[in-house]
Design a protein around this ligand. Sequence first.
Ligand SMILES: Cc1cc2nc3c(=O)[nH]c(=O)nc-3n(C[C@H](O)[C@H](O)[C@H](O)COP(=O)(O)O)c2cc1C
Length: 143
Amino acid sequence: MPIRAVVYASEAVEGLSIDQLEALVADAARFNKVAGVTGILLYDGARFVQYFEGPEDGVASVYERVLQSTSHTGIVELARGRISTRQFPYWSMHRLPADQLLVGKLARADWSRFKKSEPDEIAGSAWGIDVLAAAVAPYVQAA
Ligand SMILES: Cc1cc2nc3c(=O)[nH]c(=O)nc-3n(C[C@H](O)[C@H](O)[C@H](O)COP(=O)(O)O)c2cc1C
């Protein structure tokens, strides 16, 4: 079954607290679980980069919720497309701490392909998907 993936960047609305953000991510994770969607949310205190993937209908309904949310603005789609296998199956949604450097790098990266490089090629790769994989890797081992 083909999998769809979406990655976008956005800006948190002013005054969004960590408690509100945690409630939002818990709500997102519950919805995504039912929709068969998995992914990651990176937040540097001001900006988001989120990646999610799953079946076409699930991804469409999650994306709709994301686009409707009043908790962020300035949504910029970095890429959307089809992939043959899930790249990030670890969490239905999970927030990872990120610094401005990482979020900026992800927002400017080349997302014209969604397939991760081989594990030994990920370090140093400039593909957005590889930058994300390298950022996620330490948390996957700990999960
Ligand atoms: C950065 C961000 C990521 C989100 N990710 C998801 C998601 O993965 N799945 C989902 O169902 N909703 C997602 N949402 C929507 C929230 O879970 C929540 O339903 C929504 O923010 C509530 O509406 P409000 O922000 O207008 O108060 C996201 C919202 C934001 C701001």
